[in-house]
Design a protein around this ligand. Structure first.
Ligand SMILES: Nc1ncnc2c1ncn2[C@@H]1O[C@H](COP(=O)(O)OP(=O)(O)O)[C@@H](O)[C@H]1O
Ligand SMILES: [Mg+2]
Length: 554
């Protein structure tokens, strides 16, 4: 087991009591089968000798006991091991979530994030099964093999040794061999699955574009190709699994044969009572249940290893944006200043030496064609991205010298692509400010002309998001705008607040923004002219360079 997988296993192993309980119950369950077969074999042979019925009472009772206890033990074992799994799953999810929050928000918002998120989700899904499908079967197999062989050694040490050898072949040797064979296939399958997830998500997000441009067929074709490749791999894997299953089944029957070969001479020689022949032979056969799950466990180990390594990489990836080691206190002055700021995505510079000052209470309108870098400028102010050169200061202090969360809290931001959370309308709005009363929320919704949404959702407690009321683009934007306006921050940063609105609603929304500013600074990003009326100064971005216009409203 490699280091990463071991770290994941610790999440399970930490629950010592449950692990011990589930192993004891799981081993007990298989031993009950062995006992059942042994006792039955003994009973049948012994009964054939017509002893007084009273002599059989103990055996008859043990047959009943083993038969009933197997079901009970199985039930209890499932209960304990699944409880353990769910507890560990909570821990795994938290680890993955924390690791994701360390990534730059820009990366998480980008389109390719479907790949990242889908992969993390499927890795966690895989790892949650690590105990049930890998660890527990292995430990239980060890315990059961050792106990059965030890008991059998009282009858015949040679047979006990043979049994151990056959169990090891079926449980360790064959699975190791098949794992070797399947290793590459598993890796390929994981990659294909990730590709499939990413493509599918992208396709769904861009469904309308795909349909409109007639590219739906090509998209489906690509999905189908990936899926066919995946299927071929899975079929090969299944064939291998089937073969290994047959071979390990064969081990059980070889065990039976060995028992007969070893014991028949001893029974004829009189050194072993005849009734023990069938008992031992059937008990040996039953003991192979202990290793029946091991081939699957080995196969699983490979995918678990890949998943653990990826989760580990995600956790170890350098944090995109860091708090300074010694943060400076937050300045009182809310002046934002960009000094010779350049910014890039990878190697591509998209902002060039931008100079801009937003004084407290000032209202600036930022325009520019699509792709000119407006949203990137917003990302810089929020520190989703750091400049490649130059600096951004708040009250004269470089943003990078401030605690990340405190600096971000100075800006009430409405993103261009506003996410809605699965939850109530109230919860979605209160993200902006948790202390606002229902009355105030409703008032704001009215100002933003969202009465229809309020009614449709069935009030503030109505459910939004994927399962709830469907929102139009414009409604979604206004919910995000409301959230931003509610936030108690000295600087308001709005990215295309009226992009999806008709002129009448736009006017209403703009006057709501105006009323709600209360003297706060405003940086308004827009490619439409109307919102610029709110601003007292206009700047324009063109291909990443900022041009200043003279005062617009005098
Ligand atoms: N997350 C990103 N990764 C890589 N390139 C990006 C990313 N976001 C934006 N860009 C690119 O940066 C440029 C500026 O984009 P953006 O700031 O969104 O412009 P605007 O908001 O003015 O339309 C564009 O060429 C865009 O393709
Ligand atoms: Mg933009």
């Amino acid at each position: 087991m490699n280091g990463e997988l071991r770290t994941v296993m610790q999440v399970f192993l930490r629950q010592r009591g449950r692990v011990a309980g589930s192993v004891a119950l799981g081993a007990g369950m298989i031993l009950a089968s062995v006992g059942l077969m042994f006792a039955s074999g003994y009973l049948i042979s012994r009964a054939a000798q017509h002893p007084p019925i009273l002599h059989l009472m103990v055996v008859i009772t043990s047959v009943r006991f083993f038969g009933v206890s197997r079901a009970a033990l199985r039930y209890a074992e499932r209960l304990v091991s699944h409880d353990l799994t769910f507890r560990a799953l909570a821990g795994l999810r938290e680890r993955a979530f924390v690791a994701l929050t360390r990534r730059s928000p820009l990366e998480l918002l980008s389109r390719r994030s479907g790949d990242l998120l889908g992969r993390v989700r499927s890795d966690v899904d895989t790892l949650q099964n690590a105990y049930l499908r890998m660890l527990a079967p292995a430990v239980v197999a060890g315990v059961v093999s050792a106990l059965t062989a030890a008991l059998l050694a009282f009858v015949s040490p040679l047979l006990a040794a043979l049994l151990l050898a056959l169990l090891a072949t079926g449980g360790v040797l064959l699975p190791l061999l098949s794992e070797r064979l399947a290793r590459r296939w598993n890796r390929e399958a994981a990659e294909l699955r990730a590709r499939y997830d990413a493509d599918l998500l992208e396709g769904i997000q861009g469904l309308s574009d795909l349909l409109a441009s007639g590219a739906g067929g090509a998209f489906l074709g690509r999905l189908e190709r990936t899926s066919r490749q995946l299927e071929a791999l899975q079929r090969r894997n299944a064939a291998l699994g089937g073969l290994m299953g047959a071979l390990s089944g064969l081990m059980g029957h070889l065990g039976l044969l060995a028992a007969l070969l070893v014991l028949v001479p001893q029974v004829s020689g009189g050194s072993v009572p005849g009734a023990l022949l069938a008992a031992c032979a059937l008990g040996v056969l039953a003991s192979f249940e202990a290793v029946a799950n091991l081939p699957a466990a080995y196969q699983f180990r490979e995918s678990a290893r890949v998943a653990a390594a990826r989760l580990h990489d995600l956790e170890r990836a350098p944090q995109a944006l860091l708090d300074p080691p010694q943060p400076l206190p937050l300045p009182r002055d809310a002046t934002l200043r960009l000094e010779q700021v350049s910014a890039a995505y990878g190697k591509r510079t998209v902002l060039h030496e931008v100079e801009l000052t937003v004084r407290p209470g000032e209202r600036i309108g930022l325009t520019g064609p699509s792709g000119s870098g407006k949203t990137t400028l917003a990302a810089l102010l929020l520190r989703f991205l750091d400049p490649t050169s130059g600096r951004i200061t708040l009250g004269g202090v470089d943003l990078r010298d401030l605690e990340l969360e405190k600096a971000r809290a100075q800006i009430a931001w409405m993103p261009q692509e506003a996410p809605l959370l699965e939850g109530t309308l109230r919860a979605n709005l209160r993200l902006g400010n948790a202390s606002v009363s229902d009355l105030e929320l409703e008032e704001l919704l009215h100002e933003l002309r969202l009465e229809a949404l309020l009614t449709r959702a069935g009030g503030l407690s109505g459910w939004l998001g994927e399962g709830g009321a469907r929102l139009s683009g414009g409604e979604r934007q206004r919910v995000a705008l409301a959230r931003a306006l509610l936030r108690d921050a000295p600087i308001v940063l709005l990215d295309e607040p009226t992009a999806h609105l008709d002129p009448v609603t736009e006017r209403a929304v703009l006057s709501a923004i105006e009323r709600r500013l209360n003297g706060r600074s405003l940086l308004l990003i827009t490619h439409r002219p109307a919102p610029l009326a709110l601003a007292s100064r206009h700047v324009r971005l063109e291909a990443g360079r900022l041009r200043e216009f003279q005062a617009a409203m005098d």
